[in-house]
Design a protein around this ligand. Structure first.
Ligand code: AMP
Length: 277
């Protein structure tokens, strides 16, 4: 892969990278479109990275179907698929990791300790292997996108980071490889996540500054209309990803949530414009 990247670069080609864990859906494919807008050659990586899964998480059960992914990627004219094995990515004794402090321990990091250390490290490895000029991430994983941008900025990676909007099902559910785990009833109930974000959007746009109150309304909506178990419903200042309880003096706030339906854990988020009362 490094040899190919060197050759492309020597020909003056701009490389765009789309990192994924496979089991592709329209959300992933929208990142490919975005990558095409910023590069000449699109490389998609498919790698279910063991170091970002905690004990008891779904690493073994994560959906995988390389033949289907290959078909979808080729229909989208992805130029190269990079599908490394665990053995290639992590040799016998792997000791070096990248950590983005503070923001990695909130929200997702609180419920998935070590997750972002695994994510930042594997993305750093992919950048060194694929040597992209630009890399595209989804807003679906907003905290991940923030952490990657911070890593790139703080460690001077020479890669342009592009964040693409969330692609949703017609009923609002954010597309995710994990949606296939949902039973029909859970699938129906899961639409409440988007509805609760829309509720927050309406409250905040209507001038509500008290985010504790908005959060309570979201939690009520989720618990009243589903069996979902909430890990968190939170608000952050999107500029620095710190938790906030008031929208005062901010033009935008970001609402993020994680809810479990049975064994399936879903995340979603929305950037909310604040309104004057
Ligand atoms: P994953 O395969 O889940 O690791 O996701 C790979 C990339 O696709 C990440 O940058 C995700 O944020 C992005 N992604 C996943 N789902 C969506 C979606 N519904 N809309 C946009 N981007 C997404």
């Amino acid at each position: 892969m490094q040899g190919i990247a060197d050759e492309l670069r020597s020909k003056g080609k701009r490389i765009g990278l789309v990192p994924t864990m496979g089991y592709l859906h329209q959300g992933h494919l929208s990142l490919v479109d975005e990558a095409k807008r910023h590069s000449d050659v699109v490389i998609m990586s498919i790698y279910v990275n063991p170091t970002q899964f905690g004990r008891g998480e779904d690493f073994d059960k994560y959906p995988r179907d390389l033949a289907r992914d290959e078909e979808m990627a080729s229909q989208k004219s992805v130029n190269y698929l990079f599908v490394p094995s665990d053995k290639e990515m992590y040799r016998d004794e792997h000791l070096a990791y990248v950590e983005v402090e503070k923001v990695s321990s909130l929200l997702e990091g609180e419920f998935r300790p070590g997750h972002f250390k695994g994510v930042a490290s594997v993305v750093a490895k992919l950048f060194n292997i694929v040597k992209p000029h630009a890399a595209v991430f989804g807003q679906k994983d907003a905290q991940q996108a923030f952490i990657i941008k911070k890593m790139v900025e703080d460690l001077n990676f020479d890669v342009q980071i592009i964040v693409a909007p969330i692609v949703r099902e017609p009923d609002g559910l954010a597309m995710s490889s994990r949606n296939v785990y949902l039973s029909p009833s859970q699938r129906e109930q899961a639409t409440v996540l988007y509805k609760s974000l829309r509720l927050a959007e309406k409250l905040v746009a209507g001038g509500e500054k008290d985010l504790v109150r908005s959060r309570a309304e979201m939690v009520k909506m989720i618990t009243d209309s589903s069996d979902g178990k909430i890990d968190y419903v939170s608000f952050v200042d999107p500029k620095n990803f710190t938790k906030i309880e008031s929208a005062k003096d901010l033009d935008e706030v970001q609402s993020l949530l994680a809810v479990r339906f049975g064994k399936t854990r879903l995340i979603d988020n929305m950037l909310l414009k604040t309104g004057k009362r």
